[in-house]
Design a protein. Structure first.
Length: 214
């Protein structure tokens, strides 16, 4: 059985803010992926930190991620970068710069398994999700987050990285007439159990696709 290390790297959406520990997507992956892909010995780590922007994430990537020598690292950042909140807002330019350095750091990290992505870490880029604009949390909006989504997709194309467009997936539910607000907690920013369930389906399928030949 081949061992594969996956790191979930991000902010409170990765950490699992406001939900029970087993709802956070890394915990669920650790439970369900061995059943879906039993030929792999999955090593799953949650490296989400509440309140992080790309600036803080870049500062801790060496100690929190690279030392684990991951095969795949999912990067979900941008909700805080886009928030007009003292100490958190990062301009689109800084966001792109920091995210580029994060990607380059991951792609230079050797995990020692030559048959998977040439022996180096594969970044999986995830767009920041939209929010409920009518809720009281005033520091970011869906329109502002849309700029950061475009940066993620631009970098995924430039670095030839797989991506998950969570932003569009959530808005599609809204367009379909689903109770959009039910995917979020009371603040309109963090995901509810239903929101995590929506995201989980996307990332589990992506990981199964990326590792099907491993």
């Amino acid at each position: 059985m081949k061992e594969l290390t996956f790191v979930a790297f991000g902010d409170s959406l990765t950490y699992g803010y406001g939900v029970l520990p087993h709802i956070a997507y890394p915990t669920r992956l650790a439970k369900e992926l061995p059943q879906k892909a039993p030929h792999i010995d999955w090593k799953i780590y949650n490296r989400g930190v509440n309140g992080d922007t790309t600036r803080e994430a870049l500062n801790r990537i060496e100690s929190n991620v690279l030392r684990l020598r991951p095969h795949i690292t999912a990067v979900l950042l941008g909700s805080n970068d886009s928030a007009l909140n003292e100490g958190q807002y990062r301009t689109p330019w800084e966001y792109e710069h920091n995210l580029s350095l994060i990607i380059e750091g991951l792609m230079a990290c050797e995990h020692g398994t030559a048959e998977f992505h040439g022996g180096v870490c594969l970044p999986l880029l995830i767009t920041p999700p939209p929010v409920v604009d009518t809720d009281f949390y005033p520091f970011t909006t869906t329109d502002r987050i849309a700029q950061y989504r475009e940066i993620v997709l631009k970098l995924a194309n430039a670095y030839h990285c797989p991506s998950i467009d969570v932003f569009s997936a959530f808005l599609q539910k809204k367009e379909e007439g689903t109770d959009y607000e039910a995917f979020f907690q009371f603040d309109g920013v963090h995901w509810s159990n239903l929101g995590y369930d929506l995201f989980y389906g996307l990332i589990e399928q992506k990981l199964l696709d990326l590792t099907k030949d491993f």
